[in-house]
Write a protein that binds this ligand. Sequence first.
Ligand SMILES: NC(=O)c1ccc[n+]([C@@H]2O[C@H](COP(=O)([O-])OP(=O)(O)OC[C@H]3O[C@@H](n4cnc5c(N)ncnc54)[C@H](OP(=O)(O)O)[C@@H]3O)[C@@H](O)[C@H]2O)c1
Length: 350
Amino acid sequence: MKKVFVNGYGSIGSRITKFIKDDPDIDVVGIGKHSSNEKVQHVINDGFSVYVPGDKIDNFKNYDISGSIESVIDNCDLVIDASPGGNGFVNKKNIYEPKGIKAIFQGGETIFNDNAVADILFNSRVNYTEAFNKKYVMQGSCNVTGMGRILNPLREKYADKLARFDATLIRRWADLEQTDKQTVDTIEMTEQPHHATDVKAYFGNDVPLFVRAIKVPTKQMHLHIMDIRFNGNAPTSNEIHELFKNEYGVAILWTAKGTKDIRDFAESTKFSFKDTNMLHIHANMTTSTGDTIQLMYSDDQTGIVIPENYMLLQAMLFQRDYKDALKRTEKLFNMDQKKKLLEEHFSKKD
Ligand SMILES: NC(=O)c1ccc[n+]([C@@H]2O[C@H](COP(=O)([O-])OP(=O)(O)OC[C@H]3O[C@@H](n4cnc5c(N)ncnc54)[C@H](OP(=O)(O)O)[C@@H]3O)[C@@H](O)[C@H]2O)c1
């Protein structure tokens, strides 16, 4: 049994915890909370022990906390850091590194420059075994994970026939449960988005990927619009859909009018957290013209990285064989069943 501590219980940390607790080889020893608010009691009610920064213990005297983060970490095998972007680096320097504990970081961190949390950015479909002997690994963000999941099968199949990828990322403003975060009536432009550089961390700097990003006032997923240019004629749309037919974590939908349709279906079908945990290719929007495939897919922002964290955990703690890890991931997340239900519900109507 391996002991895992989850530092941060927001959108990502709470989801990871509630799934990995069902792996019989994992003991979730506790959760790190940083603000003394009513959410402390929610964590306790969810059945987990709460630990807080040693120098803030006095702020939590109204709650039944179990001790300091610093002390619990001495007694575990790995930390999943799910803190707001940038805090993971600070936690690494102040706690994980001095204590020599393995750690997984999330997509709001970086693997570049002086604030690097790791020297590897993870995508289970691309570099699963490279995480086996690492002490620190960063899980790619939701957008980076999504692009990797699309680009990897294309690269495997078409290799030198691919000339260039141009992606426009239409990013959601906030997450569903962030009820205190107002969406603002604007379309915000993102200068120098990190996503292409992050994707190139596992595909190499020479990948001809060009990314633009904007943020729009919705909480219902990201949408990526991607133009894939080929040397010579592009394949047909059908050939592209066939390529992704059996891809784990990718559903092919024909009749979803928008991202909220998918979220509403996930809710009505009682998927955990209303997440699909995957990408959805909007097949009705695919075109093949001359040398270019135009592709659109939506990316379940909170859901997609959770099974990825679990794959990463299995690589770092157990060095499980890829197929075995995927089988166990399927057992916890039921992604094949979710994909089947989504594809049936949003199937092509002739
Ligand atoms: N949300 C997404 O869709 C999404 C998708 C992919 C990746 N990510 C990445 O995942 C990470 C977490 O994002 P999130 O959306 O889960 O954020 P979030 O909902 O704001 O949750 C962050 C949690 O971290 C806790 N926290 C605050 N300061 C901390 C510290 N110094 N050390 C440890 N924990 C701390 C907060 O606890 P208190 O309330 O106690 O302060 C809060 O529960 C970020 O790197 C983000 O970029 C997010």
